[in-house]
Design a protein around this ligand. Structure first.
Ligand code: NAP
Length: 281
């Protein structure tokens, strides 16, 4: 029977630990502030933004909310980012993605001060991760590492296969597993023999954005499988990239959707905000 990795429980543990760190900062007269910018009113983005604000409230982080109209120009957005960069009371800046098509996401990300880039998307932070230096790490892959460690799953020396090579999940995920001394293979849409490669994995991490794509044919007996995918199925229920019911009997541990990787992303964002404040102190 597979061990179900409980992301909800682990994320709550992390948030409670952060609450204590924040309370210590408060005692020393230090406040933490996260600025969240949303352009337009994409319903999914609004839910994410609301959840981030709720987490801030729980932990004791102040959140500044900027809800800008869809028609906001790139210059106007950059001007707000620059204002927040220079505001010493702001520790973290988060621009909710995706942005409207007329705004270039890369330009916006590059304009966020790396020391306030709590999403870990700035090229300086990505570069730091790739050469093993300190910096903010993309929250979803950082959350996966915490899930594995706090579930007592050994990473060192393990064969890890990451399905997906996006800048926000697949690539940083692979770098983090490498940093933890796994032997890492990255697969993508042009990979040949995807099933054979995935089957080599002791730890299989899936982030391809295709509902229920990974079946038991992709997994080795006893593998640990981590599902980053997030979809709504035909019954409006959340599900992942892994066909949970199909692989369950074959694996040794699995993350459910919902309640697996999802809650960890926000917990790690909160962690980055607290670290930003501790560093600036
Ligand atoms: P993305 O930017 O669309 O990247 C998908 C990656 O999967 C690409 O590298 C793509 O390869 C690869 N891929 C697509 N189809 C494939 C196939 N048939 N075989 C092998 N590889 C394939 O997606 P993302 O932003 O990384 O997100 C992935 C999933 O995670 C989505 O479901 C997203 O909603 C979810 N997500 C969840 C969280 C969370 O907090 N839980 C956070 C972020 C994302 P190419 O590079 O060759 O195109």
């Amino acid at each position: 029977m597979a061990f179900i990795i409980d992301g909800k429980k682990i994320s709550t543990q992390i948030k409670d630990e952060l609450k204590e760190r924040v309370s210590l900062l408060h005692k020393n007269g230090i406040q933490i502030t996260l600025a969240v910018i949303q352009v337009g009113n994409d319903p999914a983005s609004s839910v994410y933004v609301q959840n981030k604000k709720k987490a801030c409230e729980y932990i004791g982080i102040n959140s500044l909310s900027y809800e800008l109209p869809e028609t906001t120009t790139q210059e106007e957005l950059l001007s707000l980012v620059n204002k927040l960069n220079t505001d010493a009371t702001v520790n973290g800046i988060l621009v909710q993605l995706p942005l409207p098509k007329h705004i270039d996401e890369d330009t916006v990300i590059q304009n966020i001060l790396p020391a306030k880039d709590v999403d870990g998307f700035h090229p300086q932070n990505v570069g730091a991760l790739s050469i093993g230096q300190k910096g903010f790490i993309s929250c979803t892959p950082a959350g996966v590492i915490e899930l594995l460690k706090r579930s007592g799953i050994e990473i060192e020396g393990k064969e890890c296969v990451v399905l997906g090579r996006s800048n926000i999940v697949g690539k940083p995920m692979a770098l983090l597993m490498l940093r933890e001394n796994a032997t890492v293979t990255i697969c993508h849409s042009r990979t040949k023999n995807l099933i054979d490669t995935a089957k080599r994995a002791d730890i299989l991490i899936v982030a391809i954005g295709k509902q229920n794509f990974v079946t038991k044919d992709f997994v080795k007996e006893g593998a640990v499988v981590i599902d980053v995918g997030m979809h709504r199925n035909e019954n409006n229920k959340l599900c992942g990239d892994i066909d949970y019911n199909d692989v369950y009997e074959k694996v040794s541990a699995i993350t459910p959707v919902p309640g697996g990787v999802g809650p960890m992303t926000i917990a790690m964002l909160m962690n980055n905000c607290v670290e930003s404040a501790e560093l600036s102190k």
